[in-house]
Design a protein around this ligand. Structure first.
Ligand code: UN1
Length: 387
């Protein structure tokens, strides 16, 4: 899909990690034995497989996200039908062949993990089909909503991982050495095409100018180019259409009062290369700041109080990931608590992107409410019977 080599290797490693995790999980999936109010009776919860899991994934994680679903579904006793992105079919085919080989080496049919290629027509068929016990969808909020409505129509189960509009908040007491590399990783990594990409950066007014300057310097040093070369930090956007979206977001941001601090242009070379971009001067509630554009554009805003910064974090429709940088323990606990971040992923002194498979991964509000990967996410892939 165009991501840089180390990120591609990391993604395959994530599949390996979730397989390790799932093997252990397979030994502990279980339900409680509860005291019955009726003498001489037993009250037990058992988890059974949902049957067939339909897995629809996006171009940006063409390996790992299928892995997160596939490994859990298998240890829960389900079979899988995968539809990857139409633009990453070769990756889907390669992964499916590896999994089929493992199954067949163990005298199981390769079709336990089946693949279908195709676009919205196939996604639609999966959403509508009564035989699909769970539909796991990763992609945009718009498409996710259509899928969700179709699945709900038949009272099917769904697991949604949709858009994010993730903010990093930096307070005046933060360890400022952590900030530049963290923001760079979160805003420019995968060329801004992660659902966990940092798109909004709120800087306390006392450190604003200093950080903007340091970040601009760091952005200038980002090596953009062939994603296969080991010293490249930023590869291309996935499609020409993504380049158009990048340009139109920058135009809209300018119309809404934004200024380009660095970047802002398409790079004149074959491929869909754009300059990682920083913009300032926008209001926290400008329409463009509330929109997820799948490109490396970072909107930087200046804040005065904690209350204001937390409110800005929460005021967007999406609710995936969020980060603060601070050393103030009281503030950290306020951020983690009920009046803090309303996101599914709530970080302290680390950036917004980079999921850990042991934790439940997912987000609230228009991000869809699903949880994948670790913790008790396996429950999505099973149905509960109370005996
Ligand atoms: C990560 O940030 O490491 O589409 C994982 C995405 C997510 C996965 C992000 N489903 O970007």
């Amino acid at each position: 899909m165009g991501k840089i080599l180390v990120e591609g290797v990391g993604e395959v490693q994530e599949y390996v990690d979730i397989c390790d995790y799932a093997v252990g999980l397979s030994r502990i999936v279980g339900g409680p034995i509860l005291p019955s109010e009726r003498p001489g009776h037993a009250l037990i919860e058992q988890w059974n497989p949902v049957g067939l899991v339909g897995i629809i994934t996006a171009f940006n994680f063409p390996v790992a996200v299928y892995g997160w679903n596939n490994a859990l579904a298998l240890v829960c006793g389900d079979v899988c039908l995968w539809k990857g992105a139409p633009t990453t079919s070769l990756t889907s085919v390669a992964v499916t062949k590896i999994i089929a080989q493992v199954l067949e080496d163990n005298k199981l049919p390769g079709a336990i993990c089946s693949l279908t290629c195709g676009g919205a027509d196939i996604g639609n068929a999966i959403a509508k089909d009564e035989r699909v016990g769970l539909v796991s969808f990763t992609g945009s909020t718009n498409v996710g909503k259509q899928v969700a409505l179709k699945v709900q129509e038949r009272f099917g189960r769904k697991l949604l991982e949709l858009g994010g509009n993730n903010a990093i908040i930096v307070f005046e007491d933060a360890d400022l050495n952590l900030v530049t590399p963290s923001v760079l990783f979160a805003a420019v990594g995968t060329a801004g095409q992660r659902c966990t990409t940092a798109r909004r950066l709120f800087l306390h007014e006392s450190i604003h100018d200093d950080i903007v300057q340091k970040l601009s310097k760091a952005y200038e040093q980002v090596r953009i180019g062939d994603p296969w070369e080991s010293d490249t930090l930023c590869g291309p956007l996935h499609t020409k259409q993504a380049v158009e979206m990048f340009l139109s977001a920058i135009e809209q941001a300018k119309c809404e009062g934004g200024t380009v601090v660095c970047g802002g242009k398409v790079i004149d070379r074959p491929g869909n290369f754009v300059e990682p971009t920083i913009m300032t001067g926008l209001a926290h509630d400008s329409p463009i700041v509330h929109k997820e554009t799948f490109a490396p554009i970072l909107y930087i805003l200046k804040f005065k109080t904690e209350e204001e910064a937390f409110a800005w974090n929460n005021e967007v429709k999406q609710g995936l990931s969020s980060s603060i940088f601070t050393k103030d323990l009281g503030r950290i606990f306020r951020w983690l608590g009920p009046k803090g971040s309303d996101c599914g992923i709530v970080n302290v002194n680390i950036p917004t992107s980079g999921a850990e498979i042991g934790g439940a991964f997912g987000g609230e509000k228009h991000t869809g409410g699903g949880r994948e990967s670790g913790s008790d996410s396996w429950k999505h892939y099973m149905r509960r019977s109370t005996w």
